[in-house]
Each structure stands twice: as structure tokens, then as C-alpha cells.
Design a protein around this ligand. Structure first.
Ligand code: SF4
Ligand code: SF4
Length: 391
């Protein structure tokens, strides 16, 4: 894959400057062979929470708007999609789109905002952390993905850039549940690489908003650059060099272990020289791949067990076809008759190993993966626990 990386100097979020820059990079990529008129293109910004762009936790709306304008000129139909942390609901999505400036992008451009709450479970036979992954349904419906990450440091991952941005495609509540399953940053990185593996054929471009970044301690730091590359690892490698972090302390280490990336042939800079962007005093976080994600994993696990998503079949909607029962590897699904003599499927949770095969197999998409406790109660339980510990 093409390992060219374009880093361009931009000092402010000025729509004309950003759009001109993005346009010139895309022209140089000969992207007209990739993006065809009427193609459905997902724009995936980093919108982890409902915060204003001034906080620099999310991709700035000007960057997303610039890309939407450039792609619209090429005839693409753009859809902005993200799933922030917290409850995966229309209200939460609308709130995040409003406060991060994406609603304004929607008003000023031809792109849509995704509010589809459906999910799709992908088989991941090569997955390290799991053999299937549930992501937003929209991922399955678009022709191409443009991944628009943010340059910042993250308490759990150390460096957060292009690769880590893909975790946003996991539906909101499920993120918390997944994170509670991981012990270390290495596990988290491997999960992100599992997601990459599922989506790699659709990701046609990666962009990093580094005009204003967040260094350790959530301090804003001007890097005055935008990075663009077709290869997600090359882009992260270039940005890691800008910040002086070292590949071994980032997701690139796991990418190398999995044969996705080579340290010594990582990228080729076009346009500008790297020296122009390097910062020598970027405040870094203490991080290595064995960094624990939780201070008390036993407590987290206890709560995780209570909220873990499990398959649920609504008896009144079940068509009784028996497909889920046949596919279940542990015989956990029994076919029973209701009082009207109609067949329905019932799950014996003592036998269920949460493989999600029934969720994927039901031809009527009736098997939902639902947490029995609910996200709000989980949040309350964790807060109460932390208070008791005096944190
Ligand atoms: S999740 Fe797997 S083990 Fe559990 S009921 Fe469905 S198919 Fe059976
Ligand atoms: S596959 Fe779906 S419709 Fe068929 S028995 Fe199972 S839950 Fe019911």
C-alpha cells in the first residue's frame, strides 16, 4: 500500500485555508479513481463526548466541513457517523453532533448525520481479542470510509491518532463493556487492530487534525498541521515522529507484531519535511503496552459481569424457524411452544457462552445483544464504588 504521507502547515481553523489544503492534497493523490460520483462515503471524525471544539478533544468541524466540501465536488454522498461514549441513543447522538459542531457542518454542506442505531456484527476469524465485532450498521452500508482522527494523548492508549479513532465505530454502551474486558493497553490496541482488519478495504483515506492537539494533562498544544495518508499506520508513524513518542510506545508496536506494519519502512513524506513540525518538548504520558486500563480490575469485572450484553429473543416476535437453535454451539437455545401452539426460541443463559452466533444468524434480526442492567445503572454502580474507595 502507498506509504506517502502529506503533512501541511496550517495555523488556524480557517475554512478557506483548510479546504484549499485538503483539496491540494487530494488532487495530488489522484483520488478521482477512488471516489466516484454517487458513492456513499462515511466521514468518521473523533467525537468521543459532547464537548465544544474549543476543548480540542474532538476533530474540529472545520476539518470535517472542508473534507465534505471537497468530496461533494467529486459527487460523493457524505455521511458523518460516530458513536460517542455513553448510551447509544438518538438523543445522545444529537447532543454530540450539536455540541461538537457537526450539526453546523450538516447545515453548511450536503453531508448527512448518521442517527441510525442499528448495529452489524462482523466475523473476525483473525481477531486477537474476539472472533466477532459489533459496529455501527452504517459501516456496512457505505462504499468507503474516510477516517478523520485527532492528534492527542489518551490516558489509556498514550498516543491517540488515526488507528485509535476507529474505536468510535463501536456502539456507545458496548465500548464500556469492551474496555472492562481488557486488562492492558495492549489488549485495547489489539481490539482497535481487529476493527481495522474488518474495515481496511473500505478505509480509503486517513486524516489527522493536528492544528491544535492535546498533550499530557489535557493541555492544548498547537502543532499547526494536518496530516493525510492512504495508509493508516504511515500516518500515525509520521505523527508519532512529530511528537517524539517512539513507535514502541504506541499501537504501532502491536501492528508490527501482527505483520501489519514495519518500523523501518514506515512512511514517505511528500510536500514538507518532518523537521518543520517536530516538537521537542511535547508533554508525554507515562505509558507502555502493559499499562493497566483499570485500577481495580476485580471490581470492574464484577460490574462488567452484571451489565454484559447477552442475546435476547422477544418471544412475541420470534418466527420459530429454529435457525438460531441449530447454530448455537452449546445447545443453549431451546425451541418451545407457546399457549397458542406457536414455536418460539428460548435461551438458557446458564449454557450461553456469549458467542453471538444467534445474533448474526437470525434471518429476521430478532436476537438483540442487550445489557440486562443498563448503562445508567452501571455508571452509578461504578461511581458509588469509587466514592467508597475515596477516589
Ligand atoms: S450467544 Fe452463542 S451460546 Fe449464547 S445462545 Fe447465542 S448462539 Fe448460543
Ligand atoms: S432464528 Fe430468529 S426467528 Fe428463528 S427461532 Fe431464532 S430468534 Fe426466532
Amino acid at each position: 500500500m502507498n506509504k506517502n504521507v502529506s503533512l501541511k502547515f496550517i495555523e488556524e481553523y480557517d475554512i478557506n485555508m483548510v479546504e484549499e489544503t485538503v483539496q491540494s492534497i487530494i488532487d495530488g493523490l489522484n483520488f478521482s479513481n477512488v471516489i466516484k460520483p454517487k458513492m456513499k462515503v462515511l466521514l468518521k471524525p473523533c467525537l468521543p463526548m459532547s464537548e465544544s471544539p474549543d476543548k480540542a478533544t474532538s476533530t474540529h468541524p472545520v476539518v470535517v466541513r472542508a473534507l465534505a466540501n471537497v468530496l461533494s465536488k467529486m459527487g460523493a454522498q457524505c455521511i458523518i457517523a460516530e458513536s460517542p461514549y455513553g448510551k447509544f441513543s438518538t438523543k445522545n447522538l444529537e447532543d454530540v453532533y450539536l455540541n461538537t459542531g457537526m450539526l453546523e457542518v450538516n447545515n453548511l454542506t450536503k453531508c448527512e448525520l448518521n442517527t441510525d442505531l442499528r448495529t452489524h456484527t462482523f466475523e473476525t476469524p483473525k481477531g486477537v481479542m474476539s472472533k466477532n465485532l459489533t459496529l455501527l450498521q452504517i459501516v456496512n452500508e457505505v462504499d468507503a470510509i474516510i477516517n478523520i482522527g485527532k492528534v492527542k494523548l489518551d490516558n489509556q492508549l498514550g498516543y491517540f491518532g488515526a488507528c485509535a479513532n476507529l474505536f468510535g465505530l463501536v456502539p456507545g454502551d458496548m465500548k464500556t463493556q469492551m474496555l472492562n474486558r481488557f486488562e492492558t493497553a495492549k489488549d485495547f490496541n489489539n481490539c482497535i487492530l481487529d476493527i481495522y482488519d474488518v474495515l481496511k478495504d473500505k478505509i480509503v483515506l486517513n486524516v489527522l487534525d493536528g492544528i491544535v492537539s492535546l498533550e499530557a494533562g489535557n493541555t492544548q498544544r498547537m502543532l499547526s498541521c494536518i496530516g493525510v495518508a492512504e495508509n493508516i499506520f504511515s500516518l500515525d508513524a509520521a505523527m508519532v515522529d512529530v511528537l517524539g513518542l517512539g513507535y514502541k510506545n504506541t499501537i504501532l508496536r502491536q501492528a508490527r507484531e501482527r505483520g501489519m506494519f514495519e518500523f523501518d519502512k514506515s512512511y514517505k513524506l511528500i510536500h514538507e519535511r518532518i523537521e518543520k513540525f517536530v516538537v521537542l518538548d511535547y508533554a508525554v504520558l507515562e505509558y507502555n503496552e502493559n499499562t493497566k486500563l483499570h485500577t481495580d480490575t476485580s471490581a470492574q469485572k464484577r460490574y462488567y459481569k452484571r451489565i454484559q450484553c447477552r442475546p435476547t429473543i422477544p418471544q412475541n416476535k420470534c418466527k420459530g424457524c429454529g435457525i438460531c437453535s441449530k447454530i448455537c454451539p452449546t445447545g443453549a437455545i431451546l425451541m418451545k411452544y407457546d399457549k397458542n401452539g406457536e414455536l418460539f426460541a428460548e435461551i438458557d443463559y446458564k449454557k450461553c457462552i456469549l458467542c453471538k452466533k444467534c445474533h448474526t444468524a437470525c434471518p429476521y434480526q430478532l436476537v438483540d445483544m442487550i445489557t440486562p442492567l443498563g448503562y445508567k445503572k452501571f455508571d452509578k454502580a461504578i461511581n458509588k464504588y469509587n466514592q467508597e474507595k475515596g477516589e
